[in-house]
Write a protein of this length. Structure first.
Length: 175
């Protein structure tokens, strides 16, 4: 999976989320889509407010870049112990050669971060619009409901929650 850039919208997104943008100049000046190993924006709760920062997509684990984590097993993996929940900000993502986005061009993916890196949490794509393209899908969070719950704790919202599934219903495939 790689993701569409939201660089030009970062200040608007920060305002909408009630977050403080703290993005590096390097990130703001880059123009490519996000791919594992590059810098991308995430939103985190620093205990006082939400802030948007840029970190590197992927953890170096045993000389291998790990950029996704399975939501079903991440809590039992040593690599993801003591990680902080984050929301990964994207305009869309590619899966199976198809671009998926939303009506407002902003998606919030559940992620985990530590140090200068982050990973995206995925789930089985059954019951999502992604299922005919790939067997895994990013967990999409709603700005007003599930994103604040995720950022405030390490407990994922119920994956069968109607609000969580609604985020996938709002996806559309770009031809």
């Amino acid at each position: 999976m790689c993701s569409r850039s939201i660089r030009r919208y970062i200040d608007q997104i920060a305002h909408r989320a009630g977050a403080i943008p703290s993005i590096s100049d390097f990130y703001r000046e880059s123009s490519s889509d996000y791919v594992p190993g590059c810098r991308a924006p995430i939103v985190v709760n620093n205990g006082e407010s939400l802030i948007i920062i840029d970190k590197i997509w992927g953890y170096d684990i045993c000389e291998k870049l790990v950029y996704n984590a399975r939501s079903e097993t991440f809590q039992s993996k040593q690599s993801f112990k003591d990680n902080m929940p984050c929301g990964v900000l994207v305009a869309g993502f590619y899966e199976g050669g198809q671009l998926f986005t939303s009506i407002d061009n902003v998606l919030y993916m559940a992620g985990l971060c530590k140090n200068q890196s982050f990973v995206v949490l995925t789930q089985d794509s059954k019951d999502t619009k992604i299922s005919s393209y790939y067997h895994r899908a990013p967990i999409l969070l709603d700005l007003k409901t599930t994103l604040p719950v995720w950022l405030a704790s390490k407990t994922l919202p119920n994956l069968k929650d109607k609000q969580l599934l609604q985020a996938h219903e709002n996806l559309y495939k770009v031809a």
